[in-house]
Design a protein around this ligand. Structure first.
Ligand SMILES: [Zn+2]
Length: 265
């Protein structure tokens, strides 16, 4: 498969989990290799991959009684290769290799990689709010959590995975535009939080089955987002020059915002 450059958000992680599951579920590992010091001695050879699932932006490879928990952050990816095939990213980026016969799954530049008993998964994903792409999605609970602190800027509240899981910088920016809100507007001043939550769900659902993400419905380059990555360019709706800036950092990642000063208030 080709390499697609795209900031990993909930939809990317969901799709990655599906792809990993389809390739590995039910298969016995013939080798494993964890290239992070804390787990370098873990050997899953002989264990069966039970399933691979996503929880928000977290990936869970459930293998035997253990779970390989990973997070892609900005640059991470899991890719599949035939054994012996040349890997598409440099060896120094490799964090994990799971081999099942002639199939190899390689985790590159994973922001988080750890192995823990499956029974203890709650320790690493239990804090997450309702998963926008989960079968147990709970819109009312997500809205309740978003509204819990009315003073928080809506952009930051959307990114907080404890409120709802799966939104990253791209969707947070796009949601603010489509709902006509400045990213800095306090959650307490958002007119209709359930509508915002419903829109978030629809945006991620629409993109979970494709690698090329669009929030505008337009798949052409330069027209796939309303405001994300477009500061300094004209608003696709009104032509006003989009503004851009930063709203601090979350988990070491810049929160890059862009907005239309005419369409968003
Ligand atoms: Zn505009």
């Amino acid at each position: 498969m080709g390499y697609v450059s795209r900031v990993p958000e909930g939809d990317t992680v969901y799709r990655t989990a599906r792809q990993q599951h389809d390739a590995l579920a039910g298969r016995v590992l013939t080798a494993s290799d964890f290239r992070v010091p804390a787990f370098a001695t873990v050997d899953l050879t002989g264990e069966t991959v039970r399933e691979v699932v996503s929880r928000g932006k977290h990936l869970l490879h459930r293998i035997g009684e253990l779970t390989v928990h990973s997070h892609l952050k900005m640059e991470g990816a899991w890719r599949l290769f035939h054994r012996g095939e040349r890997w598409t990213r440099p060896t120094h980026q490799v964090r994990a290799v799971l081999t099942a016969g002639d199939t190899q799954s390689v985790g590159f530049e994973l922001g988080v990689l750890e192995v823990l008993p499956t029974a203890e998964e709650e320790r690493v994903v239990g804090h997450l709010g309702p998963d926008l792409l989960g079968e147990d999605w709970d819109a009312a609970e997500a809205a309740r959590r978003l509204e819990a602190d009315p003073s928080v800027p809506v952009f930051a509240a959307l990114l907080d995975q404890r409120n709802l899981a799966g939104v990253g910088n791209v969707y947070a920016n796009e949601l603010c535009f489509v709902r006509g809100m400045l990213p800095t507007r306090p959650v307490g001043d958002v007119d209709d939080v359930p509508a915002l939550v419903g829109l978030a769900r629809r945006m991620l659902m629409a993109n979970r089955g494709r690698w090329t993400r669009t929030t505008t419905g337009d798949l052409r380059a330069g027209r796939r987002s309303w405001v994300y990555g477009r500061s300094g360019q004209p608003c696709l709706r009104c032509g006003t020059t989009l503004e851009g800036g930063e709203l601090g950092r979350v988990e070491g990642q810049e929160r890059v915002v862009s907005w239309c000063p005419n369409c968003q208030r």
